[in-house]
Design a protein. Structure first.
Ligand code: FES
Length: 105
């Protein structure tokens, strides 16, 4: 399955996302600009912030307490803000689009 990251400049990156891999790792694997993943995916840096396609929100696991806490520090928090390291690819997410913010923390 693929997902599409939209970088801060508006360029789309359709990338292969193996089931079970975190979307942060998928973006890093493909050198998508606009996402950092500084903490390696343990929900302690918030540099993997993205805005997920609202149509997929109810397919995603809810934000954990830690994710909610970390998201409080991002520059432009929205209802569809998620930390990409906390979302594992699964078949239901095929085709999901993730807009990356203008700046990471
Ligand atoms: Fe650090 Fe996601 S990679 S919070």
């Amino acid at each position: 399955p693929t997902v599409v990251f939209i970088d801060p400049h508006g360029s789309e990156h359709a990338v292969e996302a193996p089931d079970g891999r975190s979307l942060m790792q998928v973006a890093i694997d493909h050198a998508v600009p606009g996402i950092l993943g500084d903490c390696g995916g343990v929900c302690s840096c918030a540099t993997c912030h993205g805005y997920v396609d609202p149509a997929f929100l109810d397919q995603l696991p809810p934000r954990s307490e830690t994710e909610v806490f970390m998201l409080e520090g991002v520059p432009d928090l929205r209802g569809n803000s998620r930390l990409c390291c906390q979302i594992r690819m699964q078949p239901a997410l095929a085709g999901m689009r993730i807009q990356l913010p203008d700046e990471q923390v």
